[in-house]
Ligand binder design. Structure first.
Ligand code: GAR
Length: 209
């Protein structure tokens, strides 16, 4: 069986991308990263991957007349590298239905809150300001809404009264780095069955008896 080809979209630091690379190197994910695409030329994620010999492409929104042309350029690169699963790893742009339909059921995102709580930007700050006692992270399939797609995995963390956005973000991030590789591997193993809003996680295949 060939390794599933991932197309990873980033905008910034790339710590989730790093967690995915590490999981691939440790055989916790049976995939290879075909391409990393950034909409931000300054993204630290682009530097991170240099030593791994992974192709990178920078596609800036401002270089295109409209959103569709920008997204078409991303789609072209993903297709050029035969990406089979699109992984949004801190990609800070909302994708249109045009993009989503091009890879229906094949786009995953990680969000730093327990969805449906605190969607959108600054999720950790939202959790602190709301006074939540628990927050966490969510890996979900991407649909046309903002952080509304079917949920694959979630992990909760406590929110302490002395937390700052940074301390909470760090606590959540440690869990992001665990559940994102797990969700990707479940997808690769064909164990994620989308049924309406629900993602059913099928049992591990143990082989014929
Ligand atoms: C992560 O916390 C991720 O959950 C969040 O951005 C950070 C990216 O960090 N994503 C979103 O907020 C998406 N709406 P990273 O670049 O180090 O992986």
């Amino acid at each position: 069986m060939h390794d599933t080809v991932l197309g990873v979209l980033v905008s910034g630091r790339g710590s989730n991308l790093q967690a995915i690379i590490d999981a691939i190197e440790q055989n916790r994910i049976s995939a290879k990263i075909g391409v990393v695409i950034s909409d931000n030329p300054e993204a630290a994620a682009l530097q991170r991957v240099q030593k791994y010999n992974i192709p990178t492409v920078c596609i800036e929104r401002k270089k295109f007349a409209d959103k569709q042309a920008f997204e078409q350029a991303i789609i072209c690169e993903l297709q050029r590298y035969n990406a089979e699963l699109i992984v949004l790893a801190g990609f800070m742009r909302i994708l249109s239905s045009y993009f989503i339909h091009s890879f229906a059921g094949k786009i995953m995102n990680i969000h730093p809150a327990l969805l449906p709580a605190f969607p959108g930007l600054n999720a950790q700050q939202q959790a602190i300001e709301y006074g939540a006692k628990l927050s966490g992270c969510t890996v979900h399939f991407v649909d046309e809404g903002m952080d509304t797609g079917p949920i694959i995995l979630q992990q909760a963390v406590p929110v302490y009264s002395e937390d700052t956005v940074d301390t909470l973000a760090q606590r959540i991030l440690r869990q992001e780095h665990i559940i994102y590789p797990q969700a990707i591997q479940l997808y690769i193993e064909g164990r994620l069955h989308i049924k309406g809003r629900k993602v059913i996680i099928l049992p591990e295949y143990k082989g014929d008896k």
